[in-house]
Design a protein around this ligand. Structure first.
Ligand code: CMP
Length: 145
């Protein structure tokens, strides 16, 4: 028999406040929550390693992470923010390490789950692209190092 996974209202509420998903209705958000998998990471736990082949999109439900390249901290991300979108776009290696700095819970979507859940929504795609470009531009707004 196939068990139906119910979605806790608190997680749904949290997802409804995620700016990336602001254009999606509750039914759509429920689908995302049902298809994704929640994973927990302890402080110091490496979630994504630079150079690895990437296979997931991560949405932070709680806690916090640092995005690091070599010894530099590129960004600190918290609940409602996401990472892992770059390898999802181009199917290439991860561009940075992402390490939990607090007890952290993520919703993880495989590429297939991600593209089928939001790939047809132009508003989500634009928001995703806008944030990715911001990250690629870097702190000075240009593409130079
Ligand atoms: P990806 O390359 O798949 O895996 C590492 C992730 O770190 C990357 O996707 C982005 O989500 C994130 N990342 C890389 N560079 C930055 C940056 N400058 N600011 C914020 N996040 C970043």
């Amino acid at each position: 028999m196939c068990a139906v996974r119910t979605v806790p209202p608190s997680t749904l509420e949290l997802l409804s406040r995620v700016p990336l998903f602001s254009s999606l209705d509750a039914e759509h958000l429920r689908t995302i929550l049902r298809t994704g998998k929640e994973r927990d990471f302890s402080p110091g736990g490496e979630i994504v390693r630079a150079g690895d082949r990437g296979i997931g999109f991560y949405l932070l439900l709680s806690g916090g992470v640092e995005v690091r390249r070599e010894s530099a901290v590129l960004a600190r991300l918290g609940p409602g923010e996401f990472f892992g979108e770059m390898a999802l776009f181009d199917d290439q290696a991860r561009s940075a390490d992402v390490v939990a700095v607090r007890p952290t819970r993520c919703l993880v979507l495989s590429p297939w789950e991600f593209w089928s859940a939001v790939g047809k929504d132009p508003v989500v795609l634009r928001a995703l692209l806008r944030e990715t470009v911001r990250r690629l531009r870097g702190p000075h707004g240009s593409l130079s190092e």
